[in-house]
Design a protein around this ligand. Structure first.
Ligand code: CA
Ligand code: CA
Length: 516
């Protein structure tokens, strides 16, 4: 009596290469003299796509209620998400047929189902569905597929009935982003499937009591959302039954442990409101500090004016391995924010092709301290490696950015200028802010240190940033007690003002996972 969902007709993984690629007798891709993979011509690949879909859908028939027609076609966190074609994963299907392989796949499935008069819904399915850039690209794509189908057929039936949110989450997933994605899908008149739900917590199969409660809290928050939008959600499917047999067994992601005992997550799903009443989630504490008024020269050297600014330790580790750390100071003037970062590293490495896997610093700015769950105007992530190569998220924020780096042995100093984009800054204005040090070694990132954030979500979630207040001069730390060093002349200058609180409240979300 179970209802069965069909997963999956078209995927970049786990189908034979010969469907879209020229192969040798062993099934391995053929390559040209430059080593490039040789794909089938469009017509042949398209024929294979249609034959495969027709054969499978006809074979299974109406024993399923729905199909995932295409799975995981979109890149993660695409930099220009409104251009969904540009955001597509470069797969064999993509190379052989082009971006319209998605339309052709859905159309082939729809044709078979309509011929037989079956009532089977068609879904597009993907993961990291809470990332708003990816969700935007997916929504733009499905919207266009449905519009094209309506134009071509005059049918008021949708080509794509719904979007499957895989919902492979972790303790740092922000429910506000899940809500935003659900609302985005509903806004297109589409159904929502929660298709592969699990929540990673802990490592090596170990789950502390605190982690188990936090996992329960997120399950409860998700099910509050699912209930709120139940009219639009066709199903919630867990990706497995118990932690022992989960595909992510090491991260204990399900409702039952490996001995089939109910975990706190189970009770959270059964009664989300009661669970959250019994276990109210702790709010994240953001560190507070100041940026001083002044304009430095961007040359990687510490100008005198930097001494006006407070020193921010960049030494909270997101990773179990505690590698490179450092300090940062921040200045501002009418036009720009300036950041000076000193990094202490033991080995400089930029051999990875992935920018965040190189020895580098990152500066996160939210000009209005919006504490929003996803990026918008005035929010950006600026990265500079020790050879002064910058990278930007989103790509559009590069204009007017300047940086300089001075390397000293295995240490380096980065000085950057970040133009304000949406605000005219003034004294006492607050911005969201963080600095990160990526420590690479042997071609991969081994350690991540931040001023504020421990979640590793800053690349997509500004609510994890700390807070900087723009002041004229940072209050200086009080001198340590005891007799003064002999011969030190009395420095003129402002008296010691109130020390801005380095509210070193350890935040509870110290999951050592790093997604980007
Ligand atoms: Ca300088
Ligand atoms: Ca390093």
């Amino acid at each position: 009596g179970f209802k069965v969902h069909g997963h999956v007709l078209v995927w970049h993984a786990q189908s034979p290469n010969w469907l879209h690629t020229q192969v040798d007798e062993s099934g391995n891709p053929l390559r040209d003299e430059n080593g490039n993979v040789l794909y089938l011509d469009r017509d042949t690949a398209l024929q294979n796509l249609r034959t495969h879909i027709r054969t499978v859908v006809e074979t299974i028939g109406d024993r399923v209620i729905s199909w995932d027609v295409v799975n995981e076609a979109m890149n993660d966190n695409p930099p220009n998400p409104t251009d969904w074609r540009d955001s597509l994963r470069r797969s064999g299907w993509y190379y052989a047929i082009g971006p319209d392989y998605l339309y052709e796949a859905f159309k082939a499935a729809r044709e078979v189902i309509d011929e037989h008069g079956w009532d089977i819904e068609l879904y597009y399915n993907d993961y990291n569905d809470d990332n708003q850039n990816k969700a935007t690209a997916i929504a733009e794509m499905v919207k266009e597929l449905n519009e094209r189908y309506a134009e071509e057929t005059g049918s008021d039936k949708k080509l794509v009935d719904g979007i499957g949110m895989q919902a492979h989450y972790n303790l740092n997933t922000n429910p506000a982003n899940v809500r935003a994605s659900i609302e985005r899908i509903i806004g297109l008149g589409l159904k929502v499937g929660i298709t592969e739900l699990d929540i990673m917590a802990g490592t090596n199969g170990a789950l502390s009591e605190e982690q188990a409660i936090r996992q329960g809290q997120l399950y409860a928050q998700l099910f509050q959302l699912y209930k709120e939008y139940a009219d639009h959600i066709t199903r919630v499917t867990f990706w497995g039954l118990d932690d022992g047999t989960s595909w992510r067994s090491a991260n204990s992601p399900l409702l039952f442990d490996s001995r089939f005992q109910a975990k706190p997550a189970y009770y959270a799903v059964i009664d989300p409101d009661k669970f959250l009443e019994d276990h109210p989630p702790a709010s994240r504490e953001a560190l507070q500090a100041t940026a001083a008024y002044g304009t430095p020269v961007i040359d990687g050297e510490e100008d005198e004016v930097w001494s006006k600014a407070e020193v921010l330790p960049i030494a909270r580790y997101q990773t179990a391995h505690n590698g490179a750390k450092g300090t940062a100071r921040v200045l501002w003037d009418e036009d720009n924010l300036y950041v000076l970062v000193h990094v202490e590293d033991t080995e400089l490495d930029r051999s990875s092709t992935v920018a965040h896997e190189q020895d580098s610093i990152e500066v996160f700015v939210d000009e209005t301290n919006s504490k929003a769950a996803s990026y918008g105007p005035g929010v950006g992530q600026y990265r500079v490696n020790y050879e002064n190569e910058p990278s930007f998220n989103p790509g559009s924020i590069s204009e007017g950015f300047e940086s300089a780096v001075v390397v000293n042995g295995t240490n380096y100093t980065v000085e950057v200028k970040i133009p304000f984009k949406t605000i005219e800054p003034s004294e006492n204005h607050k911005i969201g802010f963080d600095v990160q040090i990526n420590d690479a070694q042997g071609g991969s990132r081994r350690s991540v240190a931040n001023w504020n954030d421990l979640t590793g979500q800053g690349w997509q979630d500004p609510s994890v940033f700390g807070v900087l207040t723009l002041v004229l001069e940072s209050p200086q730390p009080e001198e340590p007690g005891g007799p003064e060093e002999p011969g030190e002349p009395e420095e003129p200058g402002p008296g010691p003002g109130p020390r801005p609180g380095y509210a070193y409240v350890p935040i509870s979300t110290s999951e050592p996972t790093v997604n980007e």
